[in-house]
Design a protein around this ligand. Structure first.
Ligand code: NAP
Ligand code: MG
Length: 492
C-alpha cells in the first residue's frame, strides 16, 4: 500500500507494505541420505536394521534416515565405552585428554557455518540463533572444559578427583548441539567415556559431531552416539554397566528416570522443565525491558527451558509496557529458518505445534485475553505467531504449565512482596528475570526467588563458566562452570 503524508506543505510518498528482501543462507552442506550409529569410533548399522526419518519442520520434508538403536545396540555402545575407559581414556594424562577436546572445539569453530545450517534445517530454529548462539556456545563449552582437563586437582583443592567411568547422556531437541556440548565436554575433561542419545527429531548435528570426532582422531569408544526414540534413552538409563546418567528434558520423563534410578548405584543429574518469571518494575528501563522480554521468550520459538514465559509487570507501567511490547512484536518476522532476517523459525515438530495450539485454545477457554502479532506465516511447515495472554490469573493452566512455544502469560502486581510471591508460585524453579534500576531491589528480589539462574536487566545470557540448573521440579544438579565438573567425578 502506498500512503501520502502531507506536512509543512511537503508531500511524502512511502510504502507502508515494505519488507526485507529474502536473505536465505545458500551455502551447500553435506547431509547423507542415511546415518548409522556411531559406536566404537565407526558408523555401524543398527542390529535390527530399523531406521526412522528426520524431517525439516519448516517444509515437512524428509531430510535423512536415521538408525533406530535397540537395547542390543546400546549394549554394544556401553561395552565400547567401557573398553575405551579401561584401556585408554582413564589412563591418559589430563593434558593429553585436553588436547583432544581443544581439537574438537577448534574444528567445530572452523565448521560453524555448516553446523548452523544443519541445526536450523533439522530443528527449525532461526539461522541467526544457531549461527550466533548455539554453535559458538557449543564450541565455547569444549574450549572451557578442555582447559580444566589437566587442572582438576586445582578445581577441587585437597581432593583426589577420579572419573566415574561410563556416562549415559540423553538430550532434548531445543538446543541439540549445545546440549551435546554441555554433556560431552565436562564428561571428557574429567576422564569419563560416553554414550549420548540426541532427540528423535533433531539427531543430525550430533551425528555430524560424530564425524568431526572421527576426524579429530579421538580414541574409538570414548564417545558413542546412538540415535532412537524414548526406548533407546530408557535402555541407556537402565543399562547395568553405566555409572552416571545426565538427562536434560521434560519433568515428566525426568521423574520416570529418577524412579528407575532410585534403587541403583548410578549417579545422576536432571535438567528439566521451567516456567520462568520475568518481572518488570516501574523503575525499569522500559525499552530495554521490552527487548529483554522479546529475547526472553520469542528467541528460539519459545523452545527454551528458561524462557520468560510468565511476565509480571508493575501495575503503574503495565499499559505502556504492553503497548510497546505489541508494537515490537508486530515487527517480528516469522518464517524460513534459513533466512537471515527471520526472528522466529519453525516449531520443532507437528506434535509440539499441536501442543502449543491446545494451550492457545485453553488460555481463551480459561478466560484470558489472547493477542497474536498479525505477521504473515508460511502456509506449509509448523509455525506459530508470537502470542500474549493478558488478564491471566495464578490458577490458569497457561500460567502453571510449560507451553514451550512463543507464548507469554502476563500478570500485574503492585508491591515487591506480591511480585516475589507470584513468581514463586510454581512447581518449577529453573530461571527468572528482574528489571529495575535499583541495585538493592535486584538483590532483594533475586535472593527471595526460588530459581537456579536469575538475570537482572538482561535475559537468556549464557556462558560456559557459569553454572546452570534448577530448583524444585526443574531438576537437580548443575551443569556449566566448575559446578559442572563435580557430577562426573569421585571426590575423595
Ligand atoms: P523429553 O520428551 O523429556 O525428551 C528428552 C530426551 O529424553 C529425548 O532424547 C527423548 O527421546 C528421551 N526420552 C523420552 N522418553 C524417555 C525415557 N522414558 N527414558 C529415557 N529417555 C527418554 O523432552 P523434550 O520434549 O525433548 O524437550 C523439551 C523439555 O526439555 C522441556 O520440558 C524443557 O524445559 C526441557 N529442557 C530443560 C533444560 C534444562 O537445562 N533444564 C534444557 C533444555 C530443555 P525422544 O526425542 O526420542 O523422545
Ligand atoms: Mg528434524
Amino acid at each position: 500500500m502506498t500512503t501520502t503524508a502531507a506536512g509543512n506543505g511537503v508531500k511524502l510518498n512511502f510504502n507502508t507494505d515494505w519488507s526485507y528482501a529474502p536473505a536465505p543462507e545458500t551455502a551447500k552442506v553435506e547431509i547423507k541420505p542415511r546415518y548409522d550409529l556411531f559406536i566404537d569410533g565407526r558408523f555401524a548399522a543398527p542390529s535390527k536394521g530399523q531406521y526412522f526419518d528426520t524431517t525439516n519442520p519448516a517444509n515437512e520434508k524428509k531430510i535423512a534416515e536415521i538408525a533406530l538403536a535397540g537395547a542390543e545396540d546400546v549394549d554394544r555402545a556401553v561395552k565400547a565405552a567401557r573398553r575405551a575407559y579401561d584401556k585408554t581414556w582413564s589412563k591418559m594424562p589430563g593434558k593429553e585428554r585436553g588436547k583432544y577436546i581443544y581439537r574438537i572445539a577448534r574444528m567445530l569453530q572452523e565448521r560453524a557455518r555448516e553446523f548452523a545450517i544443519i541445526e536450523s534445517t533439522d530443528g527449525g530454529k532461526a539461522i541467526r540463533e544457531s549461527r550466533d548462539v548455539d554453535i559458538p556456545l557449543a564450541a565455547a563449552h569444549f574450549f572451557y572444559y578442555a582447559g580444566w582437563a589437566d587442572k582438576l586437582e586445582y578445581a577441587f583443592p585437597g581432593k583426589r578427583p577420579k572419573p566415574l567411568g561410563v556416562a549415559g547422556q540423553v538430550i532434548p531437541w531445543n538446543f541439540p548441539l549445545l546440549m551435546a556440548a554441555w554433556k560431552l565436554a565436562p564428561a571428557l575433561a574429567t576422564g569419563n567415556t560416553v554414550i549420548l542419545k540426541p532427540a528423535e527429531t533433531t539427531p543430525l548435528t550430533a551425528l555430524k559431531l560424530a564425524e568431526l570426532i572421527q576426524d579429530a582422531d579421538l580414541p574409538p569408544g570414548v564417545v558413542n552416539i546412538v540415535t532412537g526414540a524414548g526406548e533407546t534413552g530408557a535402555a541407556i538409563v537402565n543399562h547395568p554397566d553405566v555409572d552416571k546418567i545426565a538427562f536434560t528434558g521434560s519433568t515428566e520423563v525426568g521423574k520416570l528416570i529418577q524412579k528407575s534410578l532410585a534403587s541403583s548405584r548410578k549417579r545422576y543429574t536432571l535438567e528439566l522443565g521451567g516456567k520462568a518469571a520475568n518481572i518488570i518494575f516501574e523503575d525499569a528501563p522500559i525499552d530495554q525491558a521490552v527487548e529483554g522480554i522479546i529475547n526472553g521468550i520469542f528467541f528460539n520459538q519459545g523452545h527454551v527451558c528458561c524462557a520468560g514465559s510468565r511476565l509480571f509487570i508493575q501495575e503503574s507501567v503495565a499499559d505502556v509496557v504492553i503497548r510497546k511490547l505489541k508494537d515490537r512484536m508486530a515487527t517480528l518476522i516469522v518464517g524460513d529458518p534459513l533466512d537471515k532476517n527471520t526472528d522466529i523459525g519453525a516449531i520443532n515438530s507437528k506434535m509440539q505445534l499441536d501442543k502449543i495450539n491446545e494451550y492457545l485454545q485453553l488460555g481463551q477457554d480459561e478466560g484470558a485475553e489472547m493477542w497474536c502479532a498479525s505477521c504473515d506465516v508460511p502456509t506449509s511447515g509448523y509455525f506459530c505467531r508470537p502470542t500474549l495472554f493478558m488478564n491471566c490469573s495464578q490458577s490458569h493452566r497457561i500460567v502453571q504449565e510449560e507451553i514451550f512455544g512463543p507464548v507469554v502469560a502476563i500478570q500485574t502486581f503492585r508491591t515487591v512482596a506480591e511480585a516475589i510471591e507470584k513468581a514463586n508460585n510454581t512447581p518449577y524453579g529453573l530461571s527468572g528475570g528482574v528489571w529495575t534500576d535499583k541495585g538493592s531491589k535486584i538483590f532483594k528480589v533475586t535472593s527471595k526467588m526460588r530459581a537456579g539462574v536469575i538475570w537482572a536487566n538482561t535475559y537468556n545470557k549464557f556462558d560456559p563458566t557459569s553454572p546452570f540448573g534448577g530448583y524444585k521440579e526443574s531438576g537437580m544438579g548443575r551443569e556449566g562452570g566448575l559446578h559442572g565438573l563435580a557430577p562426573y567425578l569421585n571426590l575423595n
